[in-house]
Every structure is written in C-alpha cells, then in structure tokens.
Write a new protein. Structure first.
Lengths: 331, 331
DNA sequence: CTGAAAGCGCTAACAG
DNA sequence: CTGTTAGCGCTTTCAG
C-alpha cells in the first residue's frame, strides 16, 4: 500500500475533474462517450487501480462477506468454504475466511476482525454454544451454517443445516439391514448436532427392535485425541459388530486404529463423505451432506438479509444423501 | 456496514475531541491515564468498533496479506493456506485468500481484487507461466510459493519451493531399491515443477543403471481427467512394475483406477503426502513437503520485503521428507 | 496533556 | 454532460 496513483492523477492528466473521472470509471451513462473512453484510456495507461477501501468507506458497504469456520483442514469445511466462495463471487461479493480451531477466543477475535474490516455480513459455523452473538455482532447480518447458534438466540438468526437425525438413522438402518446387531457410536462433542445424531441412532435401533445400551455410546473430545482408544473399546471390549463415527475427524481416528485391532467381519458408518473412502478396503456407509447447496443457500439468505434487515429468520434443513458404498464396485 | 457508532460519538459522549479518543483507543502514552480509561470505558459501553477501512486508508497500510492459490480442495494447498494464515496472524497480519481453479483469468481477477483491497503484499502460487506479473502487481511486494514465476521475471521475486529433483529422485530410488525395474511416471502439467520432477526421475533411473523410455512417461491434464486412463496404459500396456504420480491430484486419479485393473505386485510412489495414505492397503512411497516451513518462510520474507522494498530477491529450496511407508506397520 | 484542522481516495448531491 | 463541494471515519501534524 505505497504511494499509488489516484483518481486525482488521472483527472489532472485528462484535464477534467475528479468527479468526472469517477463517473467515467464507473461507466456512468451520464458522461459523454468520448470523454469516458479517453479517461479510461488514460487511467489504463497510467496503471491506475481504484482504492477499494476508499470506495467502501464512502459508499458504506464493502461487498465482502466474512466466514467463520472451525477447521479448514477438515474436508467438510474446505468444501463448504469453496461452495460459499463460489456462490458469493457469483453475486459479486468477496469472502474473507477465518479459522477458529474450535477456540472460542479465536472465534471472537476473528469476528471482531471481520467487523472492523466492515464485512457486509457473516456466515458462521459456531465454535461453541456459549458465545453471546447478538452482542458480538451488533446489527451485522449473520447466518449460521452446519451448527446451531446458542439455544437462547436461535430465533434471531437464519440457519442452514443438514437433517442430522434422518441422515444418521439412514446410515444405522443400512448397517442393521446388512446384519449388524450391536452398533456402537462415537459421537462428536458439538452439542446440538451431536444430540440430533444420537437421536437418529436411537431411532434406527428402536425401529429395528434392537436395544440401546449406554455402553456402546461414546463421545469424542473436540480434538479427536481419544477416538482411537474408543474405537478399541467399542469394537473389542464391547464386541460391537458395527461402528458409527459421527463425523469426518472421528472416522479418521477410527481408521488409524483399525490395523492394530485386526478384526474382521464388522461394519463402518460415518457422517460426512470423503472421496478417498472409495479407496479403502473396508467399505464405509456414509451420509453425504449437500455442501454446495448449503453454501448456496447460506449466501443467498445472507444477501437477502443484507438487503432487508427485517426479513423473518428461517431454518433450512437439507437432506443428507446416503452412500451405501458396498455396491457394484464393492461386492 | 450500516449506521455504526463512530469515534465522533465517543468523543461527544466523553466531552473530549476526536483526536483524544483516537489516542486513547490506541493506547497512546501521551494521554492522561484517567482520561484514557474513561474514554475506553465509554467506547466499550457504547459498543464502539473501529472502522478498519478508515484506518487503513489513513495510515496507508492494511495489515493484510493476499494469497493466491490454485485449488483449495487440494490438501497441499489447504495445509499451505493454513500455515500461511498461522504465520501471518502471529505477525499481526490478516490474510485474504483467493482460489483460481488454475485459471489465469480467475487469477488475474483475484490479484486485482486484492490490490484494490490494498493488501500490503501477496503470496502467489502461480496458475500459469504466461502472466505478466510485474505489470499486474506494480510495486506491491510478492513472493512465489511452490511454483516458479515465469522464467523471464524470476529474478524479480522471492520464491520458496521444495527440492523437487531430490524428492523425486528419493522416491524413485526407493522404489528401485525394492525391486522395481520399469518405473512409469505420470507428471503434472505445471511446467517448471514438472521438469524438475522429471529430472529427478531420470536421475534415479540413471543412478540405478536403468534405461529411460519415453513410453513410460506421461503428462496429466491440469484437471487430471486423463489420469486413470494413463494409469492403465502404464501399468497394463507398458507393464510397469512401479508408478510414480507427480502430485496429489494425480495420485487420486491413479487410485480411482486401480480396482478395475486388479493387478498385484507393483509399487506406488507420489509427490505430496496425505494422512489417509496410511489407511490404504497398497503402501505409497511419498515425498512430504515441509508445508509449515514453506508458509513460515514465505510470510517472513514477504514481511521483510514490505518493510524494505530494496531487499535483494532470493530463492529458498527446502528438502522434502521421504516417507517410505512400508515399514513397521506395513510389513 | 488536549484540541483544531487537514487530508487519505473516493462518490454523491447540487449546480450549472 | 461536467465541475464544485462536502464528507465517509480515522490519524496526525501543529498549536496551545
């Protein structure tokens, strides 16, 4: 951000006022064709580049969206961020991304940062239910994706999520159809989502007339560090014949433990799909989230709210697609 | 970016001038302790949030770095972006990310965007050798990571890369040590990098006294669409007993084709490592890039250049670490 | 220690 | 169709 050439330089060089240059550069129809072209030519030859900050500050909007995600290394969020970027850029908006590492403090810092950068709106995947979002956000529009805002303020925000209950129920149902009689679950630590997935798990068991057993239900730490040990606990000690991992990270933890357990004849299910699951010897039944859709709707909704702050808030629930995996290629 | 409360509001409320508020908020030592605390309290109670754009425009720097990457879905770049974000934020800089999808046009648009947003510097993983960076960038500092800038302007920019020759040579050498006699390569389309990796491949063959054969050398399309077919060509038609994939994307293409070829007794090597490679039945020898280092150095260097535009440019070559994979766990 | 005033680069009335 | 003027929110001389 060094001594750059400004609108003033162009104006001087073109022998017109700054206002005219501004108009010409913005293709205002109310400037003579000839002048406009001349000005644009001069601007180009001078290597003029508009200062977006100055513009934003003047017009009172940045045309920029902020996005708060907990872990960019997690494939789900990488894809989500990609989807959101695509949708936003199609609407002429840029997006700023901040990683929270699931830390509330980093999240707070990130949100602050974005507000200072004057984003027009925020897309948030919350790192925790304890944050006072209304106070943090002020009147900056926000939509929550993938994770619910804290219960006491849900109704104040739009949210777009996947149907966790149904998705989980489908997976477990599929495992049972294929012969599972004792299904273990390693759930995530994210409260609302975890509850829904647990509910789906229970429903599937009940629907099949199988008993629930607290001994087959475990909850992973947010960093996943205790997952391998839990996998062992459930598959070996508890003799589960199928194991459900409630998300991406958890499934990875499970997979890392499997070789040393050297079991056979058990099934695997997981929420969130990964392309490379196709390459594994052990098939995994997954629920694939409609990530592009999630992103598209979130952006759409956020932009709508930016244009009309009074819009009533809404919840969007999208169905997850079950990928049974052992099919054609996996006999 | 709606009607927010400004420094003026705080000043009025505190009965002081805007200047004093500004000083107080920036912890200037030249404002009386009492006034400062009072002002800060008022600012807080009013929910005042500084307008970063206004500040940036005034002080002529944004404390923001821009990052241009070709594909955020590629694990290598996700990790790289993460590393860069970490390093930058530690230095008090934010980072803006733009995805190019390997499209020169998107890259140009992205760079433009960042410049308009007045980033203080740019970290670029170039999408093509044909771009006229000096013209695009003007005097905004930039460092190139992972991919060389165009040959005619290399010397104008800092670059931080991995030692592709050595890394590849190590992988191929390892495959040969384990018995490979006819090693195929599917190279990437990225020119400079590809040449280096091909060189390493040739060197390893020569060192082992093996012949090179153009029939065992293929080049993937940038989108990887023809990789599966190439894998078939090399492994089946050309009867290679080992296959080297020059990057992440290519390896994925190869893996997707393997099941239907149902071969046995062949080896796999790849540049770029992925955690999930550990879970595959077929071990893969990889060269793992020191991504955190790459990011750290890039940021360090960029910041140094921001502070001193006259700094002589430099090239950093980091060693890739070979992961032989069939070890302890893979007998 | 604090205030008044100028100005970063840009756009939006308001005149002409 | 174009110029003049004012001002977005902030920091920074320069005075006091």
């Amino acid at each position: 951000m060094s001594a750059n050439i400004t609108i003033k330089d162009v104006a001087k060089r073109a022998g017109v006022s700054e206002a005219t240059v501004s108009r010409a550069l913005n293709d205002s129809p109310q400037v003579k064709r000839a002048t406009r072209q001349k000005i644009q030519a001069i601007a180009h030859s001078l290597g003029y580049r508009p200062n977006g900050l100055a513009r934003s500050i003047r017009v009172q909007q940045s045309h920029t969206l902020g996005m708060i995600i907990p872990d960019i290394l997690n494939g789900f969020f990488t894809q989500l961020s990609r989807a959101i970027e695509d949708a936003a850029s199609q609407a002429g908006y840029d997006v700023l991304i901040v990683n929270t590492d699931e830390h509330l403090q980093k999240e707070a810092k990130g949100i602050n940062l974005m507000l200072e950068k004057q984003v027009d709106g925020l897309i948030i995947t919350s790192a925790g239910a304890s944050t006072d979002y209304p106070k943090m956000l002020g009147n900056t529009p926000a939509v929550f994706v993938d994770r619910m805002p804290p219960a006491d303020v849900v109704s104040q925000y739009d949210r777009v999520l996947v149907d966790n209950v149904q998705g989980t129920q489908d997976i477990i149902g599929c495992l049972i159809d294929r012969g599972a009689r004792r299904v273990g679950i390693i759930n995530s630590a994210v409260s609302a989502t975890a509850q829904e997935r647990l509910k789906g798990y229970h429903r599937a068991l009940r629907a099949a007339g199988l008993p629930t057993d607290p001994a087959t239900e475990a909850t992973a730490r947010v960093d996943g560090s205790n997952v391998p040990q839990m996998a062992r606990q459930l598959l070996v000690n508890q003799k589960c014949d199928a194991l459900f991992a409630a998300d991406n990270t958890i499934m990875t933890g499970v997979l890392s433990k499997l070789p040393e357990l050297s079991l056979s004849d058990f099934q695997l299910g997981a929420f969130d799909d990964n392309d490379w699951f196709d390459f594994l010897p052990q098939p995994i039944v997954t629920a694939k989230q409609p990530i592009a859709e999630l992103g598209r709707i979130a952006v759409e909704r956020l932009l709508a709210r930016i244009n009309d702050g009074q819009l009533p808030t809404q919840e969007f629930r999208l169905a997850a697609q079950i990928i049974p995996r052992p099919t054609a290629t996996h006999p």
